[in-house]
Design a binder for this molecule. Sequence first.
Ligand code: E4P
Length: 216
Amino acid sequence: MKFFADTAEIADIKELAATGLLDGVTTNPSLIAKSGRDFKEVTKEICALVDGPVSAEVVALDHETMMKEAEILRKIADNVCIKVPLTIDGLKTCKALTSDGTMVNVTLCFSATQALLAAKAGATFVSPFVGRHDDNGFDGMQLIADIRLIYDNYAFETEILVASVRHGIHVLEAAKIGADVMTAPPSVIKGLFKHVLTEKGIEGFLADWAKTGQSI
Ligand code: E4P
């Protein structure tokens, strides 16, 4: 499963990229606003830090303007992936851009039938939001399982990008289902490295090692 960081914070992206485990980045208008940075400038910086896809989202609601925005965004770097909302105009834009070889991430997916439409539109990625789905009384992980089943039934190549990930259990369940990618805030990704028994184990080994008086 690929790991994307869901952030526009350069320091966090640098830290995660240094682990060699970061496969891409996703941003959205809220994350850009939170960063306080210029959209195009920060997207360019992020694209230079990671080899994989960097999602940059259009803000227009109509197809023509989405295409104009996508044209500007895709010129930023070769690894820009245009993010469009799961609407009729968004999917029209997805079809046009992917037919042209541009990567597209269809975002704000909340049903398996919406995901089916995204795949039919040739999306590179579809982003089902599991956390927001859970928040509204639905089962986010069931949504991922349903999409996996449908995509496998028809051998769609669209990658399932599990988004709105809130904790490690979301990551675990997504991996068990066979999702292709997950995007999570840096704090969630960093949390995956941690286990109380790992820390306790290191502490114990180092205490015993100190007794030997040796060094490596
Ligand atoms: C995905 O691409 C979105 O940026 C993101 O995962 C949304 O997550 P949220 O529900 O925590 O805002």
